[in-house]
Design a protein. Structure first.
Lengths: 266, 290
């Protein structure tokens, strides 16, 4: 039932992108999110698409996982494509439908914008597909740390994030067990009158909540028992380490930015 | 109801990098009216096998026969639901499935959703509670105000309320105290005998398996997923059992140890009392001779 859901999306293969420091990957993603908007004509878009393909190949993640990420925003891409195709009045008229003239410039613009959105999504998926959730939170925490002096609880925020991420699979497993237990008692989650369905839903939600609260309580007790007292003076088991390859990755991304900036039309 | 597995395989998360085969072409059968014990080490696929019986999981390949019905990869939801009416399933920690605002409401959930006559079952609830050893005064009480052991017994009574022909028990007595453990299994065994059910007990406890089961199914390693037979026969293979991470019941292990120490013990019996008598007999004879 729920066992087919992959959380955190992380795909455990070994690749140059997997080995990068999570902070480097977050920085590169931020930079790429800006760089994507530099492309504005054929050659700069070609450079952008080449970069995307290169990174996807480097990640060694099967292509279908990127397509899965693209699927939800496919409608958005189609919509923007047609919007641009119909409402840009540049270049030669290609054909007319229902009084709307479609210009070559419109088609061009539509393709460009779609490529832009698609690249953004692929870059973002690259981060989550090649970085474990734990590394990701560690990365975020180290970026948040400077803001601690302004009262931002960086450690607590990161802890909350990692506990939530850690408990998602546990919660799913629990949900699956409860669903099955109630299904074995005859509950049908897909059919029935509104009243029956409401009751089946309660039979699912209530045990799930009871278990979650119980688990949270147990966890708090376990943390207390082990002397947890917040982030003060706490050391890490896994220390993020910035290596030469991380610097190189940042330089490559900066290089992509420079190339696109030079190629683009001013 | 006769249950048979024919070349049943099951894999979790097919088509993802996390795909994992839990069962590989399993063949086994459970005869009608038997009380079958299913034993195996953690991760050997016991729970998967149980979920295949009532269609919570459908086999990736092969088929499960239940009486005249068959469950396979393409069985329709409707047929599966029809099947479930005849099968009662007590999961591990059944108390986790409780949700009702009163014990009565919770116990009637199963019967109502299986389309049974709720009013006649309502009258039977006190008797059901009595069987599992709880007074009927808990009926209007919230199940969450009761102790863990009471919640467990109420959840089990809720499954019995659906009047199943096949009863699947997945470690029903786990983490109960020894007295409660025996009492609960005794209750379920009596219910089985009186109603002529076909019951399946999944357990880690070899003594339970030896004490209650007529037949044993051992879930083993991938090369030989299933071995079955009567308890006396299965548990005689002491070395093989320990190879796959299981231990024979204590009475048999003791007999086996004495045999290898040179004692003349020919019968290895399952009942601890009977085995003790054999050992005592040998001991006195040995003294006389020596």
């Amino acid at each position: 039932m729920l066992q087919n859901i992959v959380i955190g999306q992380y795909i455990p293969v070994d690749s140059p992108l997997h080995r990068l420091d999570s902070r480097a990957k977050i920085l590169c993603l931020l930079a790429l999110a800006v760089i994507v908007f530099l492309a504005n004509e054929f050659w700069s878009y070609t450079a952008l698409v080449t970069t995307v393909i290169l990174f996807v190949v480097l990640s060694r993640v099967p292509l279908k996982f990127f397509l899965k990420g693209l699927l939800p925003i496919f409608i958005l891409i189609i919509f923007t494509f047609f919007l641009h195709a119909f409402f840009t009045n540049e270049g030669a008229v290609l054909f007319s439908v229902l009084g709307f003239s479609v210009y070559s410039g419109g088609i061009e613009q539509g393709v460009y914008i779609s490529v832009r959105i698609g690249s953004l999504v692929v870059f973002a998926s690259l981060l989550t597909l090649t970085t474990t959730p734990i590394d990701l939170t560690d990365g975020f925490e180290s970026f948040l740390r400077p803001f601690k002096r302004f009262g931002l609880p960086a450690h607590e925020m990161a802890l909350m994030m990692s506990i939530s991420i850690r408990l998602i699979p546990t919660l799913l497993l629990e949900a699956d067990r409860i669903l099955k237990a109630q299904a074995a008692r005859g509950a049908d989650f897909a059919k029935g009158s509104l009243r029956t369905r409401l009751e089946t839903l309660t039979a699912f939600i209530i045990p799930l909540f009871v278990r979650s609260f119980k688990r949270a309580e147990d966890m708090a007790t376990a943390m207390d028992a082990r002397g947890y007292r917040g982030g003060e003076g706490r050391t890490k088991l896994r220390v993020l380490k910035w290596r030469a390859r991380d610097t190189i990755a940042c330089i490559i991304v900066a290089g992509v930015g420079v190339v696109l900036a030079l190629l683009r039309d001013f | 109801m006769h249950i048979a597995f024919q070349n049943v395989s099951y894999s979790y998360m097919i088509g993802s990098p996390f795909e994992k085969q839990a069962l590989a072409s399993v063949n086994a059968h459970i005869s009608s009216g038997s009380f079958t014990g299913v034993v195996g080490s953690t991760g050997s696929g016991k729970s998967t096998l149980m979920q295949l019986i009532n269609g919570l999981l459908l086999p990736t390949s092969g088929e499960v026969q239940l009486g005249d019905a068959r469950l396979h990869r393409k069985t329709k939801r409707k047929e599966v639901k029809q099947m479930r009416k005849k099968i009662g399933m007590v999961f591990q920690y059944p108390e986790h499935q409780l949700f009702g605002s009163t014990v009565e409401e919770d116990m009637l959930f199963g019967p109502r959703h299986l389309g049974m006559d709720v009013n006649s079952i309502r009258k039977r609830l006190p008797a059901l509670l009595d069987i599992v050893g709880i007074g009927e005064d808990v009926l209007p009480v919230s199940p969450f105000s009761l102790s863990g052991g009471q919640m467990r017994r109420i959840a089990i009574a809720g499954v019995l309320a659906t009047d199943p022909e096949v009863l699947i028990l997945d470690e029903p007595a786990a983490s109960l105290d020894p007295a409660g453990h025996r009492a609960l299994l005794d209750v379920l065994k009596t219910w089985h005998d009186e109603r002529g059910l076909t019951s399946i007990l999944v357990t880690h406890d070899m003594e339970d398996a030896a004490r209650y089961a007529d037949d044993i199914i051992v879930m083993g390693p991938a090369e030989k997923p299933v071995t079955s037979g009567p308890p006396a026969e299965v548990f005689r293979q002491v070395e093989w059992l320990s190879d796959i991470g299981l231990a024979a019941p204590p009475s048999i292990r003791i007999a086996h140890a004495l045999q290898s120490a040179g004692w003349d013990i020919r019968d290895t019996l399952l009942e601890p009392e009977a085995m003790a008598a054999v050992v005592a007999n040998q001991w006195t004879r040995g003294k006389k001779e020596g």
